[in-house]
Write a protein that binds this ligand. Structure first.
Ligand code: 4AD
Ligand code: MG
Length: 450
């Protein structure tokens, strides 16, 4: 309780309070980084932040404790008595007895400045320091809570967590956006694994294997795509949440899990990190565009791909890519569809057979041939999740793919699943424009800092 209230930087000090009663009550050591120094004639004020929340602890000290290297950005260890603050701004303050500068900070070359709200594009240049910035600090705490909440959501609903491999010999999506891996010091010229090996683009095929023994499985790990894109929603390394459900024959079941996951995780994040989220909604999300991520505004609508194309064809605006049945939905189309539906999440179901990967289930529906696929589009971001029923029928698959087939020979059941891009999720709930600002160390084409 003490740590939760005081932050991670606080420990009860072993020393004795120098008061006449030598009490040890509220006598603490607090460690963190200086956010502000204000020196007055009678008193020295410091604000120290230990990363546990946006709030810094106010330290009051005798001006004699001021030192030259006690500056903004320095790391300090303060011993003193924690008391109720007479100032309205904070609950508690620390009356310092000793202040030890553990690591001084060269403020002239330190790129972050005291009490300045730096733009995200600016702090992005300093991947090794931006975690000390309020916005990135808040983001990283939210990311951590959201991660824990995603795991709890699945565990609470009976899913088994599977560590799907990062090194794989398949190209699940068949889109060819693969990073190939080789041992650096290849003794022979042959492949290390005897076969070409890649960084995973999706854990789906491994989850499908496991869905042959457990009815509900999930994975949540790093995913890699050699997408030659600098766009504000693509990374070369991102985190994907994936779930696979056996014994399901309806896309509705899959959509329900996506929706429940989104609502549960979002309400947990809002209740556990209200101040961190507020920072984004107040200062980061584009003006007048704060995402309403709870309540009625997050109740999704469902339309078919064919309906979506009709809506786009009747749109009063012209698109760079002319909407046509059989063509992929472009970002501009996704944006229009979300707006058309009232800026709420939109499930688009039943895509053309020829647009989607081999594993999606054939709807056997005549000339406009579709598969049981679903994409979830959300305001400001576009595609957040992609999923489908899987083709579990051997003859249907035989015509498409030779591998994957064995799985269908030994107790094959109808199943389906989906993947959600974790960074896009954070972008959406926080209203962050660029995906590079919701991951600690962004990797994208032509950039791999640190
Ligand atoms: O739609 P995708 O490609 O679906 C799959 O990979 C399926 N195998 C998942 C499954 O059914 N198990 O990717 C899923 C989501 C996308 O909707 C998007 O949110 C995110 O992953 N995503 C990316 N996020 C950041 N950068 C990229 N380059 C991304 N590519 C996909
Ligand atoms: Mg997709």
């Amino acid at each position: 309780v003490f740590k939760a209230r005081m932050g991670l930087g606080a420990t009860r000090s072993s020393g004795r309070c120098p008061c006449p009663w030598q009490c040890s009550l509220n006598w603490i050591t607090f460690k963190g980084w200086v956010r502000s120094v204000r020196s007055q004639k009678e008193v020295l004020f410091l604000h120290i932040n230990d990363g546990s929340s946006l709030e810094s602890l106010q330290v009051v000290a005798d001006p004699s404790l001021e030192k030259r290297d006690l500056t903004f950005g320095s790391a300090v260890e303060v011993q003193g008595k924690l008391v109720k603050s007479p100032h309205k701004m904070q609950n508690m303050e620390l009356q310092a007895e000793t202040i030890h500068v553990v690591g001084p900070c060269d403020i002239w070359s330190f790129p972050l400045k005291m009490k300045e709200r730096h733009p995200l594009e600016y702090v992005r240049q300093f991947p090794h320091l931006r975690c000390r910035n309020n916005t990135l600090g808040a983001l990283l705490r939210i990311r951590s809570e959201a991660t824990a909440s995603i795991h709890s959501f699945f565990q609470d609903n009976g899913y088994v967590h599977i560590h799907t491999p990062i090194i794989t010999s398949n190209d699940c999506e068949g889109a060819g956006e693969l990073f190939q891996i080789e041992a650096k010091e290849s003794v022979e010229k042959s492949h290390f694994f005897n076969v070409p090996a890649f960084l995973t683009v999706s854990g789906q095929l491994h989850l499908e294997v496991m869905a042959g023994a457990f009815t509900h499985v999930f994975t949540f790990g790093p995913t890699f795509r050699a997408e030659n894109s600098q766009s504000r929603r693509h990374l070369a390394e991102f985190y994907m949440v994936e779930a696979e459900l056996s014994f399901t024959e309806s896309l509705q079941d899959i959509m329900q899990v996506m929706e429940d996951l989104f609502k549960t995780v979002t309400s947990t994040v809002l209740s556990k990190c209200p101040r961190d989220v507020e920072l984004f909604h107040k200062y980061v999300a584009p003006a007048q565009k704060v995402m309403h991520v709870t309540g009625k505004n997050c109740n999704p609508v469902i339309i078919s791909y064919s309906e979506a194309v009709e809506i786009l064809k009747q749109a009063p605006q012209t698109f760079t890519f002319k909407p046509e049945w059989g063509c992929d939905l472009q970002t501009e189309h996704e944006k229009y569809l979300v707006k058309h539906c009232g800026e709420v999440p939109v499930f688009v179901v039943n895509y053309p057979y020829d647009l989607k990967p081999f594993y999606m289930r054939d709807n056997e529906d005549g000339p406009q041939h579709t598969v049981a696929a679903v994409d979830l589009l959300v305001p400001g971001v576009g595609e957040l999740c992609g999923g489908s029923l899987r083709e579990e029928r051997l003859p249907f698959l035989e015509s498409r793919l030779q591998r994957y087939l064995d799985l269908r020979k030994f107790g094959s059941v109808p199943h389906g699943g989906f993947g959600m891009g974790f960074e896009r999720y954070l972008q959406y709930i926080l209203g962050v424009d660029n995906i590079k600002d919701v991951i600690p160390f962004p990797r994208f084409s032509h950039s791999c800092l640190l």
